[in-house]
Design a protein around this ligand. Structure first.
Ligand SMILES: [Zn+2]
Length: 351
């Protein structure tokens, strides 16, 4: 386990370079956090100044998309309960973007903005970070502990302007997760942040897939032939599934892009698994509503997460709670029935 002792937490601007985050919980190690963010940085996200961006597929389109996203945002003023300073954070203007539905694990999707990126408030002065719902919900002991464990070790953040890249949003959520562990509050709150991190990694690789397609592989670095086909075999298959781009064309993608895609997929699964384990513990130890979710909704979510983690037994177990619930809405029950068909199909294939 990584130790937070005698180290400074430093948040870089948008690019994730340098020491990002330290945690002693076993969920995120400093090494892993750095590797993750470096690999995402290597994908050429805005903010990197290593000269690779201009060579990277879809870079201009990504910049334009962030500029559009910024028009849906405003600067919200916050007061930090840890260091008593005020700061501004980006938030989405209410009702401006169009809601277009949810993924099976309840991740909300909008036309132009990924709302999930903007749920965490993070103080740039002391590093305290939390979702708005619990930002001011602190006991005197927690405030004192966070001053010692977070604020005293935080080396500051470079000024940030404009819409958040996925790299930067992920760093903010990892700071919120670190904060949550130091608060030593409910396991459900950590599980909630892990769920959101899995969604952000999904958003990140969806972005890679989207712009790889639009750029038609037109701006690859010629000096970096992708000769690591075998190590990306599984990733090519997944990439093809998401993008519809055939495997032969995908081999024209750079090592940087494929590495970033593979890392995002790996981290999505890692945080989804942590979310599943955390929510299962929360259901056993906490009373609903949990993280503002009613019992039936949370049981459905856990059933879906278990299915996605190939844990068909727990997926069925929690699915039965949904179907037998008197409080569950017809909509949740319908979703669970569809899910149970998929669980049965997956179980049958395994046998
Ligand atoms: Zn602060």
């Amino acid at each position: 386990m990584a130790s937070a002792d005698n180290q400074k937490v430093k948040i870089d601007d948008q690019d994730g370079r340098g020491p990002v985050l330290i945690a002693d919980d076993g969920l995120i190690g400093a090494k892993e956090a750095r590797q993750t963010d470096l690999s995402r940085d290597a994908a050429g996200h805005p903010g990197s100044d290593d000269g690779a961006d201009s060579e990277t597929t879809g870079y201009d389109e990504r910049i334009q998309a962030l500029e559009v996203e910024n028009t849906y945002l405003f600067d919200k003023r916050c007061h930090c309960p840890i260091c008593d300073s005020t700061f501004s954070t980006k938030a989405v203007k209410t009702g401006k973007d169009r809601f277009i539905g949810t993924d099976e694990d309840l991740r909300p999707k909008h036309k132009n903005v990924d709302y999930v990126k903007y749920e965490v408030n993070m103080c740039p002065h002391c590093g305290y970070a939390a979702v708005g719902r619990v930002f001011d919900r602190l006991t005197p002991w927690q405030i004192q502990n966070l001053r010692t464990e977070i604020a005293d070790k935080f080396a500051g953040e470079n000024p940030h302007t404009g819409a958040y890249s996925y790299d930067y949003a992920i760093v903010r959520y990892k700071m919120a997760l670190l904060t949550e562990m130091k608060k030593q509050s409910k396991i459900s709150e950590s599980a909630y942040l892990c769920l959101k991190l899995s969604w952000l990694y999904r958003g990140a690789y969806e972005e890679i897939v989207k712009y790889a397609d639009e750029a038609k592989f037109g701006c690859l670095a010629e000096d970096e032939p992708n000769n690591s086909y075998s190590s990306f075999k599984d990733s090519y298959e997944e990439f093809e599934k998401f993008s519809g781009i055939k495997e032969d064309d995908l081999k024209k993608l750079s090592v940087r892009q494929m590495t970033a895609f593979k890392e995002c997929r790996r981290n999505e699964l890692l945080y989804r698994t942590q979310a599943l384990q955390g929510f299962m513990k929360a259901i056993a130890t906490e009373f609903p509503p949990i993280c503002d979710m009613e019992e039936a909704t949370l049981n459905y979510l856990v059933s879906e997460l278990a299915y996605l983690c190939d844990d068909c037994e727990d997926a069925m177990h929690f699915g039965a709670f949904v179907l037998n619930s008197r409080m569950a809405s017809p909509k949740v029950k319908d979703r669970e029935r569809e899910l149970i068909e998929k669980i049965k199909s997956k179980t049958a294939k395994k046998q």
